[in-house]
Design a protein around this ligand. Structure first.
Ligand code: FAD
Length: 315
């Protein structure tokens, strides 16, 4: 089987899980696509998972109420071993990259990190990934059982499978963890997360100032229920946090619509959003590279155009 560890939050399957299902379908590896749901009170997640996978393994246990690297690694390795997995796919989130190497060690398997593309080369699993500050794309491969993490936003979210997969409860022997989570504070934001957003409004240096960014980029995003992105120029200038950076050294996104305001369209930016379904750009320079990838473009000043768009969206 191809074992995927589902990422979920608040009783909902994460978009990254659907992306991992696509990665599994494209990998050409043997066996049914199997989603492993770890957590407590995860019945709704398992149900969603069954729509896209061949089978779903559910471990609904009090010991899995909180993410913990030692416990997640032990649980994943145990299921991979018992199910004779050909491949273990884990999300390239911070937590995923924390426990995936531990799974590889437990299984004595090779580990490929941050894949942006997966395929088979005979018996080997082949992965593409960025290296050298994303200036180089390298292809790596490994035989046999492989543990791989997938860079969020690199694969299109999977559509539902032809038939719903079967759900099975699994028994697990969980280790006592040496690390205790003593607190958690969730950032309160009514805005959709960048990697989960269907629509993203991104601001570049052309927006002019942090104040304009808040008024126009955040203003438009809030008016249409979109996520907010930024270019590296804007992040380096300290206008916006790194978490919002889109591009080779930031997040990779694939929304249904990507609205770029005052963004030039440098190659390092395009590599993080070029797979978006529809790209809409506003830039005062008709020769800006962003217009080469844009489906719709307005040549003009963002400061003049965006307030009118926000007004129209509010109505
Ligand atoms: P600029 O290139 O300065 O473009 C501003 C645009 O705004 C221009 O096209 C201009 O015509 C337009 N403009 C100006 N005023 C207005 C106005 N009033 N109305 C409308 N349009 C206006 N970049 C990223 O974004 N993400 C990355 O992850 C990333 N990684 C990188 C990694 C490496 C190794 C390197 C070398 C570079 C990386 N970069 C990345 C930087 C990238 O090369 C560009 O410098 C950056 O994307 C430019 O950001 P920008 O479009 O905001 O700014």
């Amino acid at each position: 089987m191809i074992l995927i560890v589902a990422e979920h939050a608040g009783g909902k399957l994460g978009k990254s899980t659907l992306e991992m299902v696509t990665a599994a379908r494209e990998s050409g590896r043997e066996g049914p696509i199997t989603l492993l749901v770890l957590g407590q009170g995860v019945a709704s997640v398992a149900k969603e998972a069954a729509a896209v996978a061949d089978q779903v393994l559910v471990a609904d246990l009090p010991g899995l109420a909180q993410y913990n690297a030692e416990v997640w690694a032990a649980a994943t390795a145990q299921i991979a071993q018992e199910g004779e997995a050909s491949t273990v796919i884990i999300g390239g989130s911070r937590s995923g990259r924390e426990y995936a190497p531990r799974v590889a060690v437990k299984l004595d398997a090779p580990y490929l990190e941050d894949a942006t593309k997966l395929s088979s080369n005979g018996a080997a699993l082949q992965a593409q990934r960025y290296t050298y500050l994303a200036r180089v794309t390298e292809t790596v491969e490994a035989d046999g059982l492989v543990v791989v993490t997938v860079k969020p936003g690199s694969f299109a979210p999977a559509s539902p499978a032809a038939a719903a997969g079967e759900e099975y409860d699994v028994e697990l022997t969980l280790p006592a963890s040496r690390v205790e989570v003593t607190g958690k504070s969730v950032e309160k934001s009514s805005r959709v997360a960048l990697t989960e957003a269907d629509v993203i409004v991104t601001g570049g240096r052309g927006v002019g100032s942090p104040e304009n960014f808040s008024a126009y980029v955040e203003g438009l995003a809030d008016a249409i229920g979109a996520g907010v992105g930024a270019t590296r120029a804007v992040v380096d200038a300290g206008w916006r946090p790194y978490a919002e950076q889109v591009g080779q050294t930031g997040k990779t996104v694939q929304p249904k619509a990507y609205i770029a305001l005052g963004v030039s369209g440098a190659v390092q930016h395009l590599s993080g959003m070029g797979k978006s379904k529809h790209i809409i750009a506003i830039n005062k320079d008709a020769d800006a590279p962003i217009f080469k990838v844009a489906d719709y473009g307005i040549v003009g000043d963002v400061n003049a155009i965006v307030p009118a768009l926000i007004e129209a969206a509010k109505q």
